[in-house]
Write a new protein. Structure first.
Lengths: 500, 500
C-alpha cells in the first residue's frame, strides 16, 4: 500500500458508520460473506459476451430469479434482436420520487488464452495476480478483504447486480424501509455499445421512468476513495483497414515496390496525434463545453493519484503532461485500442503484409456529437489521400485508387453528458454517499463511456454514476477481478442509496 | 493469362530444345511425372521449420536417402547446435572444375490456421487458390501444367532438391555424362538466417570448395521467363517493442493520460520512411555501390512486368513510383513484416494496450554492412528519445525513462553480394541456361536474401542464383505452392547445368 492510500483509508474508516442502512449492511454482510460470494460466483459463471445469445438469456433468467427470491416480480424487457433488460420494481407507499438503479450484466469480448484461469470459472486469489496472488479455497465465513475474485465481469459490471441484491437483503433483515420508489434496470449489451437500450426505453417510457438513474458501474478512485461522477465521456469507435498487395509478398523480392499497409497505417495514425498527445484531426475539439466553476473546483480538489499510479503502472511519462489524469478525463481522447498486420514474434515471416488494421476509440466530452466526430476522423483520412469504403474493397476499387481505406464506424456510439453538481438532488446524493462511505471524490466526468446519453434522451431523466469496483480490476482486459473489500463497500453504499 | 505472358511463353517454347540434357530431361519427365511428384510429396510431407529439430533430422535423413538411391554417398555435415547440411558429390574423371548446387530444405515459420489445407499435407489443385483452384486427385501420368502443389516449401525451396534429383535421373537414363565435378549442399536453416552455415563451411572448406555455387532458390521472373540473378540482397531483421502501462487499461478512464504504445510505435515507424518510400534513417544509404554498366543495361533490358503485377496484386499504386521493380531491387529497403498491439476485430476491447511490437526487415545492397545498418536503425530510434534495451525492461528501467524501446537484432543477418556478369563463367552459364530455357532475364540482384555472402566469405568462391519456382508461389506466407510446369522447367534447367 502506498502512502496516499494509507491516509485515505484511515479517513474513510472513520466516516463509514453514520448511515443507518450502511451500518445495517455492514453488520449483515459480516454474517453472510460466504453466501454473498457463492451467489456472486454463480452469476459470474455464466458466460456473458453480448453476442452469445444463449448464454445472455441464461444470465437474464438468473438475475430475474435473484429478484424473485427477494420478492420482486422481474420483467425481461426487450425488442426483436436485442438482449433483454432485466427490470424490477419496489413501490413505496407515499413515495414522491423514483430512483432507478442501473447496472449491466454483459461483459467485454475476450480471448480465453490470455487469462491465467478461465474467465467464466471464477476463482478467489489471496491478492492480485500482479502481486503473485494464488488461487485459494473460499473461506467458510470471513474473507480477507484484500483477496480478489477473478472472472469476466467481476468488476464490470455484474458487481452491482450483486451489491444491490445483497444491500436489499441487509435492509430488510434490519427492518429498514425504502423512502423512494425503487426500480432496477440491468442491461445485457452495454459492452456492445448499448445499441438497443434507447429503443427499449423508448418503447417502455413509463416502466423505466424515474427522477434519477444511478449508473452503478465503473471503478472507484485510484486512492480507493469513493467516487461520484456526474457524467460520462461519450464514445465512437472506428475501425480502419489499409491494403497492400492482394497476397502477402516476399519482402526481399517486392520490398521498396509493393506498398506496405503496415507502414501506411503507421503514417496515417501518426498524422492523427502529435507526440505531446494533442489530436491533429481538424475540428476535433470544436464545440467542447467548458466546465462550470463548481466542476473546476471539484477537479482541483480531487486527490492527485498520478505519481502513485505511474509507479503502479511502471510508467516513466504520461501523455499531455504536466496535466493530471482527473483533469484530462474532461478532454476528448483518440486511442488506438488494437493494431495488427501480418505476424510478429515466433510466427513472423519476411513478407510485405496484405492488410493492416487499427481499431480506434474516441472518447467524447460534452458538446461533441459522436457521429460528427466519426465524420471528422473520416475526413482526416480522406485528406491524407485515401479513397474511403465501408466494405471490403473490390479488386477494381483497390486498383483504381492509389490508396484505399476501409473505415467502419461501429454501432453504439453515444454522446457525453454531465449532470450539474449544484442540483438539490445532486447535493443530497453527495451527502448520502458521504454518510455511508466517508470522504468522497467528486468528478464531473467518469472516464468510462456508459450510455448516460441514451438514457437521458429516451426518458428525459438525469444520471449520476456510482462506482464500486477497485481501480485495478483489469476491466476490459484479461484477468478481470474484484477486490473483496470493494464488494463489501459497494453493499453498504447501495444500502444507503436504496433508502434515501 | 495476360498479354505479356502470352508473348513470352511462345518465345520460351521455341527455344526450349537446344540443350541435349534439357531435351533428355524433357523426354524422361514426360514418362515419369507421377513418380517425380510422389517423391516430391513425400519430401514435402515432413515438417521443416528450422527450430523443429526432430523433423529437421527426418528431412535430412530423407534427402540423404534420395542421394543414396542415385548412387551418391551422402554426408550429414554439421556443428553442435546446427541443422545438418546434406552433402553429396559426383567426381567426374578429367574434370577441371567443380560446380556446387545449393538448395535449402527448411521452410519459413507458419501459422497452420491461415492455410486452406494443412501445410505439411501436400495437395494438388487444378489451378491457383486465388483462381478458386480445387483439390484434385493426382493423375496417374500426365499432369496439367497449370495445376499446383500446395505445401510449405513447395516453392521455397525443397523444389530444387527435387529438380536436381530428377535431373540426375534423366541424364543417366539418357546416358549423358557430367563434365565438371558436381557437389550438392542442402542447407537446413536458411529461413532461420543461415546462422550456422558459415561455421559449417569454415570447418569443411575442402569438402565444400567449388568454382561456382549455384544457389538454386527463389522464383523466376513475373513474366514466367527464366531468370538468372548474379547476386542477392543482404538482410538484417530488427524487432522493436514499445511499452505503455504495465497492464492494459480501460481507454475511457486513462485515455489521454497513459501513453499508448501503439500510437508511439506508429509515430516511430512513420519517422523511418516518408510517404514516397524514401528511408529517413540517417546514413541509411551510405556506401551503396552503384551498378556497373553491364548491370545497368541488364536492368534496363529486363521485361517490365510492373503493370501486369499491379493488376495481379490488386495494386492502385507502388512505392517509389515511377521507378520499376527490377530497378528498385537494387536499392535497399526497410519493410514492416509484422505489427501487433492488443487485439483487433471481434476480440478488440476498449483498452490502452500494454505493449506494441513491430518486426522490421531491411534488405541491403552491395556496399552496406548488416550490423552497421542495424546500428543505424537503433541510433534512429535513440534519436527519437528512446532508452534502448535488448531485453524485457525491468520496472525500474521503464519508470526511469520517459520512453523505452526493446530492440532486438535477429541473428543471421548478412551482406549483399554481386558476381560480375562479365566473367567468362558467368557468360557460359548464361549460354547454358538459354540453351535449355530460351530467352532469359538477367538481373544483378535477386530480391531474396540468400546466404551468398556467407558462402563467398567462407569458401572464397562465387555464387549465382538460379531460380525455379513460379513468382506467385506464396513463399514465406500461407498457401505456398509450386506450379507443375515450373517443376518440369526446373528439371530441364538443372539437367543442363549439371552437364555443363
Amino acid at each position: 500500500m502506498n502512502r496516499l492510500l494509507g491516509v485515505f483509508l484511515i479517513a474513510s474508516a472513520a466516516f463509514a458508520q453514520e448511515n443507518p442502512a450502511a451500518q445495517a449492511a455492514h453488520k449483515w454482510r459480516k454474517q453472510h460473506e460466504r453466501a454473498i460470494v457463492d451467489e456472486f460466483i454463480a452469476l459470474l459463471s455464466i458466460p456473458n459476451i453480448a453476442t452469445d445469445r444463449a448464454n445472455i438469456q441464461r444470465n437474464a433468467d438468473f438475475i430475474a430469479k435473484m429478484l424473485e427470491k427477494r420478492g420482486i416480480t422481474p420483467k425481461l424487457v426487450s425488442i426483436p434482436g436485442a438482449n433483454p433488460v432485466v427490470f424490477g420494481e419496489i413501490r413505496t407507499p407515499g413515495a414522491t420520487r423514483t430512483l432507478v438503479f442501473y447496472a449491466h450484466y454483459d461483459g467485454q469480448p475476450l480471448d480465453p488464452k490470455e487469462w491465467a484461469t478461465p474467465p467464466f470459472s471464477p476463482v478467489l486469489r489471496d491478492k492480485s495476480l500482479e502481486k503473485d496472488g494464488r488461487v485459494i479455497p473460499l473461506p467458510a465465513s470471513q474473507f480477507d478483504p484484500e483477496s480478489r475474485i477473478y472472472a469476466r465481469s467481476a468488476g464490470d459490471d455484474k458487481t452491482n447486480v450483486m451489491t444491490l441484491m445483497a444491500a436489499l437483503d441487509a435492509i430488510r433483515a434490519a427492518g429498514l424501509k425504502t423512502k423512494s420508489n425503487i426500480k432496477f434496470a440491468f442491461e445485457g449489451e452495454e459492452e456492445a455499445g448499448s445499441i438497443n437500450l434507447g429503443s427499449i426505453l423508448d418503447a417502455n417510457k413509463q416502466l423505466f421512468s424515474g427522477d434519477m438513474w444511478f449508473i452503478c458501474d465503473g471503478p472507484v478512485h485510484q486512492t480507493r476513495q469513493q467516487l461520484i461522477t456526474f457524467g460520462a465521456r461519450g464514445i465512437t469507435t472506428v475501425d480502419v483497414t489499409l491494403y497492400g498487395p492482394r497476397r502477402e509478398l516476399h519482402s526481399g523480392h517486392y520490398g521498396n515496390w509493393a506498398p506496405n499497409p503496415a507502414m501506411a497505417l503507421a503514417q496515417l495514425l501518426a498524422s492523427m496525434k502529435d507526440e505531446s498527445g494533442h489530436i491533429l484531426v481538424d475540428h476535433f475539439y470544436d464545440g467542447v463545453e467548458p466546465l462550470s466553476d463548481t466542476e473546476k473546483r471539484a477537479v482541483a480538489n480531487a486527490p492527485d493519484a498520478d505519481r502513485d499510479l505511474m509507479r503502479e503502472l511502471w510508467l516513466g511519462s504520461t501523455e499531455n503532461a504536466p496535466r493530471h489524469l482527473a483533469d484530462l478525463i474532461n478532454v476528448p481522447s483518440l486511442n488506438i485500442r488494437g493494431m495488427a498486420s501480418s505476424r510478429t514474434g515466433a510466427g513472423a515471416s519476411n513478407v510485405i503484409p496484405s492488410t493492416a488494421t487499427a481499431s480506434i476509440d474516441m472518447r467524447l466530452v460534452k458538446g461533441m456529437d459522436h457521429a460528427e466526430t466519426a465524420r471528422r476522423l473520416i475526413a482526416h483520412i480522406k485528406s491524407r489521400g485515401y479513397f474511403i469504403v465501408d466494405h471490403d474493397p473490390s479488386p477494381e476499387e483497390r486498383m483504381s485508387h492509389p490508396k484505399v481505406a476501409k473505415v467502419v464506424v461501429e454501432e453504439g456510439g453515444y454522446n457525453a453528458v454531465r449532470t450539474s453538481m449544484d442540483l438539490p438532488i445532486s447535493q443530497e446524493i453527495i451527502r448520502t454517499v458521504e454518510s455511508a462511505r466517508g470522504k468522497t471524490v467528486l468528478l464531473p466526468t467518469t472516464g468510462g463511456s456508459a450510455p448516460l446519453d441514451v438514457i437521458e434522451k429516451a426518458l428525459g431523466t438525469r444520471t449520476i454514476a456510482i462506482p464500486t469496483a477497485n481501480h485495478d480490476d483489469n476491466q476490459h482486459t484479461f484477468n478481470e477481478n474484484l477486490r473483496i473489500q470493494n464488494l463489501w463497500d459497494g453493499i453498504e453504499l447501495m444500502a444507503a442509496l436504496l433508502t434515501m
